[in-house]
Design a protein around this ligand. Sequence first.
Ligand SMILES: [Fe+2]
Length: 278
Amino acid sequence: MITNYSFNKVQGCGIGLRLEHFEDINAQQPKIPWFEILSDNYLIEGTAQRNYLYQLRNNYPVTFHGVGLSIGSTDPLNMDYLKRLKKLKHEVQPAWVSDHLCWTSAHGIVTHDLIPLPYTETVVKHIVDRIKQVQDFLGEQIVIENVSSYLQFKSTEMSEWNFINEIIRQSDCRLLLDVNNIYVSAQNHKFDAEEYLFAMPAERVAEIHLAGYEDRGTHLLDTHSRPVTPPVWDLFKKAIQHVGHVPVLIEWDNDIPSLERVIKEANKAKSIQQGVIV
Ligand SMILES: [Fe+2]
């Protein structure tokens, strides 16, 4: 049961909550300003995981981050999923709810992969309509994240940064700016990461994501399995110039190291944000 909702302001550099760290967080109560929780993992009531979240929420602010919205899909919105998400949101009161600008399901089949979209006016309209429906249902603005990609569509009519700007402007949602994803896609598709970054609507950025990729030779893969790389730290410094001091989050989902190692990465982001590391 949650007894303390007073910590719901998210600021500074947080980390993604992972099952592997539950015990250490309980034992150490580390000085982490906030956690991002993978909301899809907590949608079933009565589970030990959900109870852990209630317990954690008494001590830390949280944000929700999902992959189940599938905002770009042509399937109808999954109202059962949204109802569960809304109930969890009501109970836990996250600072905000985020998901990805992609599709993860089609014809009722869920892939769990973040599949990119063709950047066209038709797709902009489709997604804007769906974001508005989700925002009306949840009763608040949602936050949408730019994804990394490994393919492009012949039907694309505009740059990814123009596509994102149009969706945010027309739907009145906010942006989760994943700096690593910009870098990965820029390398894979040979565009200028800084042109993309500085085209982002700074006033709409709710949060920044940082993570580590793997170099597979022919392409970079967004694995969230490594420390943040030097060129992504450099792009992060430029992102701070552009958007200011918004909350920053370290994502580490594979080859998950100790809690201390992830916190060290968050502290590095904090030092850069505060100008201690230049
Ligand atoms: Fe991300």
